[in-house]
Design a protein. Sequence first.
Length: 171
Amino acid sequence: MLRDIIGPHLIKKWKNTRKENIVSVDETMLPEVLRIQAEVFDGKNQESLIKYSRKLSKIFYVIKSQDKIVGYCAYYLKPEFSLKGLKKKSVIYSIAIGKKFQGKGYGRKLLEESIKEMKLNGICSVLLYVNVENTPAIKLYKKMGFEIVQKTEDICGQSEKCFVMELKLVC
Ligand SMILES: CC(C)(COP(=O)(O)OP(=O)(O)OC[C@H]1O[C@@H](n2cnc3c(N)ncnc32)[C@H](O)[C@@H]1OP(=O)(O)O)[C@@H](O)C(=O)NCCC(=O)NCCS
């Protein structure tokens, strides 16, 4: 896919913000990230998560509490070409907080901090796909300023209905 070729190139000069307890993923963290993914999503699509952790590690964020990994948020970049030039959008591929740590503010912090970094790097908007029945996640995204832009089928999973949500940033 085009985005798999362009994405790593676009993040070569990625700038980091100062973040407390949030780091970019590395190989040593991967087993715990995959464990959390399996715990909350039944281990679906682990290959893609591994791919993003290697190709786009700078925008694959891991949140810790007292040195323990409690969740992650993995993005990929979606370049759009227009007459005005290249417009960079990002997409949240997967976000999850371990079951024991949900509802304690980690998801919100992870999004707030990673979105600050997206702004610093000239990302024009952040997109995500969420199952229409995933009320906790939808509530969180709305609180962060995301808006529903489309309802679609078969993107989140076979026969699953999901919303496309977008947070517009100034760029
Ligand atoms: C969705 C998820 C990432 C949210 O992270 P979290 O750390 O549990 O959420 P936070 O504690 O930061 O909560 C932030 C806001 O989300 C909403 N929220 C979180 N959990 C909720 C729940 N169980 N019910 C309703 N709203 C909830 C609330 O609006 C909350 O704000 P408040 O605390 O002021 O009420 C996490 O619950 C998770 O990993 N869920 C399973 C995986 C998943 O569904 N990922 C999203 C796929 S698109």
